[in-house]
Design a protein around this ligand. Structure first.
Ligand code: GMT
Length: 374
């Protein structure tokens, strides 16, 4: 197939999934055309003969106080659909990609290309349901030829909040289980970060939905009982207030803010436990990366995370905001090496069985074919 993929090119989960999906499809012989305003982060230093990148440029003009990216994207999409003869366009994150996809399809003709939209989470739960976007989100989803999302919770949430009539297919996220194997690289074996202490890790975009203060509160309780450090990986609006809070608690010497990192597999291989106390997650890709690396996850009993972390087997889930219970679980796991290792082993097994590319990519291929046959 000839497939166009549009996503945010940054470090967010939706961009990562879109890029890794493109790579896997290219390995299976499909031609994959990425269309975005910048090359997706996971495509840097990666060359494949079946992968193409088309950059969307938005003309600067004094009249434009806000640059109209969505329509420049639609124009670029229509050009690539026509000249590369794309069979389908798979857009990740509804706003504005599903809208641009619909517009591009109208330009080239609905018989020329199918548009598939994957809903990733905040495109529905936070952005899409905001009054300023609601009608266009609903419209663009209903007009897509196919709609997928990453968990059953997210499917139900989309129907509940947007009253979507069209069927939504659940295809869970996947990860490269060879890359996230929990094996320390040579470079990391030399790393002096932990110095024999237990390592807790949190990875996110530091947005309010991630409940960053809870991460620090949990760690505050943990470090009173266990000799441990916390790695805070990623960056975003809550980082500064979180650092200020650590100073107030006087535990800055035990918390390392590492910012955005490429070497996530290495950092996970070094870790004993992941903290993921989000308000909700459509899926929780970082939790899956941790499990695949053999790292148990302590998180919230909310949203799609319940479909990823098996509470009591691959980690523990507690009610949103219940930092005491989460800290108790963390302390129990950090003090019991055998329990932690067993949970890590089950997490790895669960990742391999349910979320590997070998399991998930054929589901996307079959879905594409179904939509093309309609
Ligand atoms: O909030 C984020 O983590 C970023 C966001 C994105 O679109 O990049 O993540 C969402 O999509 C990921 C990939 O499907 C999911 O793993 C995350 O759970 C989801 N985030 C939320 O639902 C808050």
């Amino acid at each position: 197939m000839k497939i166009g993929i549009t996503c945010y090119p940054t470090y967010g989960g939706s961009g990562i999934i879109a890029t890794e999906l493109g790579k896997e499809l290219a390995n299976r012989g499909h031609a994959v055309h990425f269309i975005s305003y910048a090359m997706p982060a996971r495509l840097h230093h990666y060359f494949h003969e079946n992968i193409f990148f088309h950059e969307v440029e938005v003309m600067k003009y004094p009249l434009f106080e806000y640059q109209p990216y969505a329509i420049s994207l639609a124009a670029k999409m229509s050009d690539i659909i026509r000249h590369e003869n794309l069979d389908l366009l798979h857009v990740h994150y509804a706003i504005p990609h599903a809208t641009s996809g619909y517009l591009a399809q109208q330009i080239v003709g609905a018989d020329k290309v199918k548009v598939i939209t994957t809903l990733h989470g905040t495109d529905i739960t936070i952005v899409g349901t905001d009054a300023s976007f609601l009608p266009i989100t609903q419209f663009s989803i209903e007009k897509s030829d196919g709609v997928t999302t990453v968990s059953e919770w997210m499917r139900q949430e989309t129907i509940r909040t947007l009253q979507i009539q069209r069927p939504i297919e659940v295809i869970p996220n996947f990860i490269d289980t060879d890359l996230f194997s929990g094996v320390l690289s040579r470079n990391m074996r030399r790393c002096q970060l932990s110095r024999g202490k237990k390592v807790l890790i949190h990875i996110s975009n530091f947005r309010p939905v991630k409940r960053i203060k809870d991460v620090v509160d949990i760690f505050y309780r943990v470090q009173q009982e266990v000799d441990a450090i916390l790695l805070m990986v990623g960056d975003g609006p809550e980082r500064v207030s979180s650092e200020t809070y650590c100073r107030q608690l006087k535990i800055c010497d035990k918390i390392r803010y590492l910012g955005k990192q490429d070497g996530i597999p290495d950092l996970l291989a070094l870790s004993d436990l992941m903290l993921f106390p989000s308000e909700h997650e459509s899926f929780g890709l970082s939790a899956l990366e941790a499990m695949s690396s053999g790292v148990p996850v302590i998180g919230s009993n909310a949203g799609g995370l319940r479909e990823v972390v098996l509470s009591g087997e691959t980690g523990y889930l507690a009610e949103v905001g219940d930092v005491d219970t989460m800290a108790d679980y963390a302390i129990r796991l950090l003090k019991d090496h055998d329990l932690r290792r067993e949970m890590g082993r089950k997490g790895r097994e669960h990742a391999l069985r349910s979320f590997s590319p070998q399991v998930i990519i054929p589901r996307y291929e079959a879905y594409y074919q179904r939509i093309l046959d309609q």
